[in-house]
Design a protein around this ligand. Structure first.
Ligand SMILES: *[C@@H]1O[C@H](CO)[C@@H](O)[C@H](O)[C@H]1NC(C)=O
Ligand SMILES: *[C@@H]1O[C@H](CO)[C@@H](O)[C@H](O)[C@H]1NC(C)=O
Ligand SMILES: *[C@@H]1O[C@H](CO)[C@@H](O)[C@H](O)[C@H]1NC(C)=O
Ligand SMILES: *[C@@H]1O[C@H](CO)[C@@H](O)[C@H](O)[C@H]1NC(C)=O
Ligand SMILES: [Mg+2]
Length: 529
């Protein structure tokens, strides 16, 4: 039963399967057998099977697998569609700044980790000993949940199921039986994770017990959180997970102004150069598109970065520039005045803003003012951000803007998908699963033994496939067979997504992105037979 269900679920996420892995993964060999299992106890109809016959089936499938052609590579510069999007309809391109236009080098993670760690010692009086904890790259991935009561970092899928093997206390995985004991179930109740009627991850008046870390800046935060937890556990220091979480979060976030100052002094040390960005902007201008920037970062920081990326004349490209916007509030609040920032005197002015001038810099405000003063509305606006909730959720749900997500992790995920060894493993995993599904209802003295061997092989393979993405947490987009909580949200709020903004240079400004026709559980196993 378990396997039937897992397959059905795999097929239930066509969007993900279709866009991340190719459709060949869905093809289940021999699944036609299932058509004669409808009435009564299915097992009764299947009859007996010997060990030899089972092993022969295995060999046959194995041969078929070896003769299979591997799927084509996924284009790392691709733009992937969740929803149909016709760029001809888009007149206005809006951008977030951090991790959307500006991509940071790993040195940024080290910087935030170190600043946050030192702040914990200086301001929050944490033990001096944590000063020796160095940052390790690639420990956590974005989109994980932190249980503030139990002090665990874990990965959830779109059904709010815990992915076993991805629950961490400090730097150590929590064994599955302990996870089950702690949560009583592998599915987490929704109230535990989401506040009612809230798509935002912010803990509003109704506080949830889990917070999701969906921001790229929160990756070093998670590393620090886990390493300090580990330090406390090792040194038998009693701590409160919620207090620790808030302290780590606050100290890393309070370091952002310091970080801004350091980046301004040494921009090439932290910012990834992208020669294509200017070319991309030029192309948009040539096609008469309007452009705007809405960022939470302060002006001096954005200015230095944009000069580095695009040149001193970067502001000429933009029709409206709004800094310190405090998204998601910028998108959700009704009234909050827009202010003018005086670049020369580095202060904000008190004048009432009644129109938006090109070349001026604005602070705060709301999306309503932006829409009213520009007349830009609905589907003519395409806004790009890296944060599925604070950048993309409200503009999609409330304002009908079109949205593009910049997901840096795609670079690593796609290069993993394109590795021939990975393709083979993923292919074999799917075929082996089919084999198990096909044989589970037979009877015979050896059936269970052979099935157990197959299941063991399958489990091993699944872990291998998970680990190549990230040793601890696997892929940002998938649990073993489901989309993650993160990807479900991403696919809901983004019309298109890509690894970097300049991937759009691969397409014209009148291109239409069509989502692939996915396969639903009740449909053919694949459209490409
Ligand atoms: C279903 O199985 C029964 C019993 O094995 C067999 O007699 C029958 O022909 C099968 N029907 C189909 C449609 O394969
Ligand atoms: C935690 O600190 C130790 C000691 O410096 C280091 O070896 C380890 O990689 C760190 N882990 C993380 C997740 O940063
Ligand atoms: C800039 O970064 C380099 C390399 O890390 C470092 O040696 C230098 O001191 C930094 N300069 C400033 C002004 O921070
Ligand atoms: C900046 O401040 C000086 C002195 O207070 C003032 O004369 C000048 O007009 C200000 N500049 C702008 C652009 O407001
Ligand atoms: Mg951002």
């Amino acid at each position: 039963m378990l396997h039937t269900r897992t397959l059905a679920v795999a097929a239930a996420s066509p969007l993900l399967v279709e866009s991340i892995l190719s459709s060949w993964l869905l093809r289940v060999p021999g699944s036609h057998v299932a058509s004669n299992r409808s009435i009564g106890d299915r097992a009764l109809n299947r009859g007996e099977i010997s060990r030899e016959d089972m092993l022969e089936s295995y060999q046959k499938i194995r041969e078929k697998y070896k003769s299979k052609k591997l799927p084509q590579d996924v284009n790392p510069k691709g733009v992937f569609a969740c929803n149909e999007l016709d760029l001809k309809e888009v007149q206005v391109y809006g951008f977030d700044y951090d991790y959307t236009l500006a991509c940071y080098k790993p040195s940024m993670d080290y910087l935030l980790y170190n600043l946050g760690r030192d702040m914990l010692i200086q301001k929050y009086k944490y033990p001096e000993g944590i000063g020796n904890l160095e940052y390790k790259k690639d420990f956590a991935v974005r989109g994980l949940h932190y249980d503030i009561e139990k002090g665990l970092l874990l990965k959830l899928d779109s059904f709010l199921q815990i992915q076993f093997g991805t629950v961490y206390r400090g730097l150590h995985p929590v064994p599955d039986d302990e996870v089950l004991r702690l949560y009583k179930n592998r599915i987490i109740p929704i109230a535990y994770v989401e506040a009612p009627n809230k798509h935002s991850h912010k803990d509003g008046p109704h506080r949830t017990k889990m917070v999701q870390l969906a921001d790229l800046f929160s990756v070093p935060e998670m590393g620090l959180l886990c390493n300090v937890t580990e330090y406390f556990l090792r040194n038998h220091i009693d701590y409160h997970p919620e207090i620790l979480f808030r302290d780590v979060k606050n100290s890393v976030q309070s370091c952002h102004p310091i970080m801004h100052g350091m980046v301004v002094q040494n921009v090439s040390e932290y910012l990834e150069q992208n020669q294509d960005l200017k070319r991309f902007f030029d192309r948009l201008k040539k096609a008469n598109k309007k452009m705007f920037l809405v960022t939470n970062s302060p002006f001096h920081f954005v200015d230095i970065g944009m000069k580095f990326l695009v040149g001193d004349d970067w502001k000429d490209y933009f029709d409206v520039v709004i800094v310190q916007a405090r998204k998601p509030k910028f998108f959700t609040e009704e009234s909050r005045p827009l202010r003018i920032y005086d670049e020369v005197n580095k202060t904000q002015l008190w004048d009432r803003v009644t129109k938006l001038d090109k070349g001026a810099i604005y602070l705060e405000g709301t999306v309503k003012q932006l829409q009213d003063m520009t007349g830009w509305r609905g589907h003519q606006v395409l806004y790009f951000g890296d944060h599925p909730y604070s950048d993309l959720a409200d503009v999609t749900l409330e304002h009908g803007w079109r949205t593009g997500a910049i997901i840096k992790e795609l670079t690593h995920e796609i290069s993993t998908l394109n590795n021939p060894k990975f393709k083979e493993n993923a292919n074999w995993l799917q075929m082996l699963t089919g084999l198990i599904e096909e044989h589970q209802d037979y009877e015979g003295p050896d059936v269970q033994t052979v099935l157990d061997e197959w299941i063991k092989e399958r489990d091993k393979l699944r872990n291998e496939i998970k680990r190549v993405f990230n040793e601890q947490f696997g892929s940002v987009f998938r649990t073993y067979h489901n989309p993650t909580y993160f990807s479900r949200r991403l696919f809901r709020f983004a019309d298109i997504y890509m690894s970097t903004i300049t991937n759009l240079l691969e397409y014209s400004t009148h291109h239409t992105f069509y989502p692939r026709r996915g396969v639903m559980p009740h449909e053919y196993t694949s459209y490409f037979v």
